[in-house]
Design a protein around this ligand. Structure first.
Ligand SMILES: C[S@@+](CC[C@H](N)C(=O)[O-])C[C@H]1O[C@@H](n2cnc3c(N)ncnc32)[C@H](O)[C@@H]1O
Length: 278
């Protein structure tokens, strides 16, 4: 299927989370790429090579950011978002939750460039409260015990090594610090789940999203020494809104609309995973 097929209309857009000002048709639903090209108002990219895909850019992602933040740092403090993309979640958290400071980490330099552009007024106005740093989830360029909370919104489905991510999270958090990850994972670990997801969703077929059960992350956190590791499905709060947003852009039957189908078929779900560093 052409990635353009089913696209309802080209977008005139400013990608507030994953992109930049542009007027181009989008060809992938919510993918964003360091290689550049177009981005929708809600953060989708036009290249299939992109490393980043927006959850919804709106309803669901706001839900995920808020859920992650609330779970990780109810009292504020020093926070780091791993896989920050355009950093709009960092800005949202600064505005709504009042932490002392937030560091956004992303593996792709062009994402960080976009994040700095998208957040330039905030960076200028509050340089001590927001920064964006290049780095991988599996090898964070951050000091030991530097943070009170670490959160990640819809990025862990890309991380190739969840164990390394969990170890790094434990290292950069102070004792008592909290981690919260919101992302989607396969339901069950059977190989047929991965096959079915690849059949429904191009992002799994291409390897951009990795089909793994959420227990892989929970186990990795436990093995890294975290306590009170908890997993909660937040699918009902995410998927219907996500699909309503997609419906503005994509016809029924196009592959992006299959995220909802995958959830309904109980092979994919969206989760909140939290833990505390002893
Ligand atoms: C779907 S975007 C989410 C962006 C942001 N969290 C948000 O909610 O708007 C996923 C981001 O994770 C980044 N990413 C993917 N793999 C990564 C890794 N191993 N380490 C750090 N960032 C990574 C991508 O570059 C991308 O910007």
């Amino acid at each position: 299927m052409s990635v353009h097929s089913g696209l309802r209309s080209p977008l005139r857009s400013y990608g507030p989370r994953c992109g930049r000002r542009t007027v181009r048709p989008i060809s992938a639903p919510y993918r964003c790429s360091p290689e550049g090209s177009s981005t929708s108002a809600t953060g989708r990219r036009s290249t299939s090579k992109g490393p980043c895909r927006r959850a919804t850019g709106s309803v669901a992602n706001r839900t995920s950011t808020g859920t992650s933040w609330t779970a990780a740092a109810p009292g504020g403090g020093r926070a780091v978002e791993v896989g920050c993309g355009l950093g709009l979640g960092c800005a949202l958290a600064l505005e709504e939750y009042g932490p002392a400071a937030i560091t956004g980490i992303d593996i792709h330099p062009q994402q960080l460039q976009r994040a700095r552009e998208a957040n330039s007024p905030l960076l200028e106005a509050q340089p001590h409260r927001l920064r964006f740093v290049l780095g991988a989830a599996e090898d964070l360029p951050l000091g030991d015990a530097e943070f009170d909370c670490l959160y990640s919104v819809e990025a862990a489905q890309h991380f190739p090594d969840l164990s390394a991510f969990a170890r790094e999270a434990a290292r950069v958090l102070r004792p008592g610090g909290r981690v919260a990850v919101t992302s989607f994972f396969s339901v069950g670990g059977a190989p047929e789940s991965a096959e079915r997801l690849a059949g429904l969703l191009d992002s799994f077929a291409s390897g951009l999203d990795i089909a793994r059960p959420v227990s892989r992350l929970a186990d990795a956190l436990t093995e890294a020494g975290f306590a009170d590791v908890r997993v909660a499905s937040i699918g009902p709060q995410v998927w219907p809104g996500w699909d309503r947003w997609l419906a503005r852009l994509w016809e029924p039957g196009t592959w992006p609309r299959n995220f909802l189908a995958a959830w309904e078929q109980q092979i994919l779900d969206y989760y909140l995973v939290t833990a505390t560093r002893p």
